[in-house]
Design a protein around this ligand. Structure first.
Ligand code: NAP
Length: 307
């Protein structure tokens, strides 16, 4: 399986908003969908000297993006952004195909498109046939907020950014996207779309479902006074473990809808783990439980502090 880290962040980086020049020269960059991810990309890429053209569904968002100097120009009309050399597609997953179909009649043949969708296999399958110079991508960064107001500088610094080329992805398009992405000072990775989806099912989509189940399970406490006490006593541990389950429901549904098979696979594996724990506790097999917890204690750093 070809999964590899493409670039290490250079030393001396001063943060997204302070970086003054891209390594590969100034480009006209289009951003479609001026929300959390699109707005944050626009802020950092503009700070490097690129010309940023925005497109968003609502005229009001376009006006705000210009007024706040997040983009140079913006319009709900696809013609403006279609004149860019490189276009980041940052609309919700369900709107990506429509966004590309609107752009295609206006694009120069040399234009490169890349998306930021959180699921890759179905999106790459939808978009690659619509435009040959297309590169799938996913910045693994975000906050609990959404919309243009949530956009911030330096969101991608030190975070993974995965590109998912296929055999038909033109090498020059991949190189251009990789260079611009690398300039955000993220950790750049490359892998096949299906492998991306299997990996993010484990570390992103499964945790949302597990965390949501945790909150729902607590709510099944039959005695109201005990539940209320639990709610008062909940502290940092519960805050950490419930965070992603208490996020935007729309995002959780999108993950399940677009990554159904991989997510189900991880959920079944998780249920097996729970069954094993239940058995150990029912049988008072404290040695086995101790071993299981020692293993997870030793393995966790590989996920949260990868080498
Ligand atoms: P978001 O904050 O809701 O931004 C999306 C923006 O797109 C909206 O603010 C909306 O702006 C605009 N929009 C919606 N439909 C559109 C359409 N048909 N045409 C043009 N613009 C449209 O969402 P986000 O969190 O940035 O997510 C965007 C993409 O990034 C998704 O594909 C998601 O999978 C991916 N992603 C998200 C995260 C995360 O943690 N949030 C992380 C990595 C990748 P107006 O309606 O105001 O114009």
């Amino acid at each position: 399986m070809a999964i590899y880290s493409v670039a290490a962040p250079e030393e001396g980086y001063a943060g997204g908003a302070n970086n003054t020049e891209s390594q590969g020269g100034v480009m006209k960059i289009g951003i479609v969908g001026l929300g959390l991810i699109g707005g944050s990309l626009a802020i950092d890429l503009r700070s490097q000297g690129h010309t940023i053209l925005g497109m968003s569904r609502r005229a009001e968002t376009c006006e705000q993006a210009i007024a706040r100097q997040i983009v140079h120009e913006a319009s709900p009309d696809p013609k403006l952004v279609a004149s860019a050399d490189l276009i980041f597609l940052c609309t919700p997953l369900a709107a990506l195909q429509d966004s590309v179909q609107q752009l295609v009649p206006h694009l120069a043949t040399t234009a490169i498109l890349t998306d930021v969708g959180s699921v890759k296999q179905p999106i790459v399958q939808q978009l690659a046939p619509l435009w040959p110079n297309f590169v799938g991508g996913h910045p693994m960064a975000g906050t609990a907020e959404s919309g243009l107001d949530a956009a911030l500088s330096g969101l991608f610094v030190d975070r993974p950014y995965v590109l998912t080329p296929t055999e038909s992805t033109p090498a020059h398009a991949l190189a251009t996207v990789a260079e611009v992405v690398r300039s955000l000072r993220c950790r750049l990775y490359q892998c096949a779309p299906a492998e991306h989806d299997r990996a993010v099912a484990w570390i992103s989509h499964l945790p949302v479902m597990v965390s949501a189940s945790l909150i729902a399970a607590c709510l099944s406490e039959p005695e109201a006074a005990v539940l209320e006490l639990a709610q008062h006593l909940a502290s940092s541990g519960f805050r950490d473990t419930s965070r992603v389950g208490g996020g935007n429901p729309e995002l959780g549904v999108m993950m399940a809808r677009y990554n159904q098979a991989a997510l189900l696979n991880t959920l079944h594996a998780y249920r097996n783990q729970l069954d094993g724990l239940i058995q150990q506790i029912e049988q008072a097999n404290w040695a086995a439980l101790d071993q299981a917890l020692m293993r997870t204690q030793a393995e966790r750093p590989k996920f949260v502090e990868p080498q």
